[in-house]
Design a protein around this ligand. Structure first.
Ligand SMILES: Cc1cc2nc3c(=O)[nH]c(=O)nc-3n(C[C@H](O)[C@H](O)[C@H](O)COP(=O)(O)OP(=O)(O)OC[C@H]3O[C@@H](n4cnc5c(N)ncnc54)[C@H](O)[C@@H]3O)c2cc1C
Length: 373
């Protein structure tokens, strides 16, 4: 199925007899959802862009590259710097803006500016009964009751098919500097990242990469004079951890952090969300694993031997673990998404029953007790 208009999309969903698998660019489908493919590729194009109002509206199937190129021409960007899952997962597709929103895909700047959902002004989508729903608008101060836009961000196509998204955008920073230090142990690195994030110097990226060698990275952005001043002060503040190198142009470094490039290749990849202070002990449960600690340690990507049940290895840790890259057999056996606690699972089931009473959208994915398929 490949609708060209929202109306066609609604008719197709209403008329669907069996399960549907929503596909944007097909670059982020880390579940094993079955069903007839419902492609959003025909729902493409930026419908409104007002640089002065920092607002962009695009149909869900618009390629992310098209959105980013349009913004770049005006010196603007998607501030949450969505990661490109193709680096980790392989694949040939073109990421779409709808897929970014459905997965709430965000990068290292999330620590300072927020996630994709925090820049989502509004959505239009088709629910499981083929009804067209809209929520939010084109300005931040819109008050519309239930914040369905935020609900859709991160729902991975389990509640509806996005047809259009409105996003707030921001100017690209004039200058940036990156502080880098090699060889820290994870506990020392997280301590350094925490101190930097607790400082007044507005850190916009705080990452520790352990892939063979270990490297700790801190990013500062803004006007050139401010960045230079803050880099100097931050180096002094963190002097006890070592002699920080200041990299003037580290765009590629942060693109690799964003895309978790250090973990591409073989092995299963897990994404753990936890308290930064718990991160070093958690990673130590898996000796020798390559790791990327982002958001000051709040997000940990781990590469482990194929088939490892990381949730079992970590016992009862305070957070959640998603199996992002593994063989279909391992995903089936371990489940992709974490199981929610009973009260949350009941809310999720209620939402699914409300928006998709026939259960046609990616059944099993993120469902209570589901196996992530
Ligand atoms: C700066 C910062 C500090 C943090 N501090 C803490 C902390 O102190 N303690 C703590 O426990 N956590 C903390 N976190 C983690 C935070 O709570 C998680 O990031 C959040 O709960 C998961 O949302 P997400 O959008 O990042 O994840 P996503 O990747 O969007 O989703 C994560 C999982 O949530 C489930 N999910 C998401 N959306 C839906 C949906 N619509 N329907 C059903 N299931 C869904 C899925 O299982 C999914 O795998 C922190 C995060 C940040 C950025």
């Amino acid at each position: 199925m490949r609708p060209e208009t929202e109306q066609e999309l609604a008719q197709m969903v209403a008329g669907a007899a069996g399960p549907l698998r929503i596909v944007g660019g097909g670059t982020r489908s880390y579940g094993l959802a079955q069903g007839e493919v419902l492609s959003t590729a025909g729902l493409s194009g930026v419908t409104l862009y007002e640089p002065g109002a920092l607002t962009l509206v695009a149909r869900a199937g618009t390629p992310l590259a098209e959105v980013e190129a349009l913004l770049a021409r005006e010196g603007q960007c998607l501030p949450f710097e969505p990661m490109d899952h193709r680096v980790l997962l392989g694949g040939e597709g073109m990421p779409t803006i709808g897929g970014v929103v459905a997965g709430n895909v965000s990068g290292p700047r999330r620590i300072s500016v927020g996630a994709c959902r925090d820049f989502l002004l509004g959505v239009r989508f088709v629910d499981g009964m083929g009804r067209v729903l809209k929520n939010g608008g084109r300005v931040m101060k819109n008050v519309t009751g239930y914040d369905l836009a935020r609900l859709m961000a991160g729902s991975h196509g389990t509640l509806g098919v996005l047809s259009e998204v409105s996003l707030k955008v921001l100017p690209v920073a004039r200058a940036s500097a990156t502080l880098a230090l090699d060889g820290l142990e994870p506990a020392r690195a997280v301590a350094a990242l925490s101190r930097a994030l607790g400082s007044p110097y507005e850190v916009s990226g705080a990452t520790h990469v352990v892939a063979g060698a270990a490297r700790t990275l801190l990013r500062l952005e803004g006007f050139a004079a401010s960045v230079a001043y803050r880099a100097e002060r931050l180096s002094s503040l963190l002097a006890e951890f070592g002699d920080w190198q200041v990299l003037a142009d580290a765009g590629d470094v942060w693109r690799d952090v964003r895309d978790v490039a250090a973990l591409q290749g073989a092995g299963d990849v897990w994404r753990l969300s936890t308290r930064p202070s718990d991160a070093p002990a958690l990673a130590a449960c898996v000796p020798g694993a390559d790791a990327v600690f982002d958001w000051g340690g709040g997000l940990i990507w781990l590469r482990v031997p194929e088939g490892t049940d990381l949730r079992a290895e970590l016992c009862r840790f305070d957070g959640h673990a998603t199996l992002v890259r593994a063989s279909p057999e391992t995903k089936l056996r371990l489940g992709v998404f974490p199981r929610s606690a009973a009260p949350l699972a009941a809310i999720e089931a209620g939402l699914r029953a409300r928006f998709d009473p026939r259960g046609i959208f990616t059944p099993g994915l993120m469902a209570p007790g589901g196996r992530g398929i």
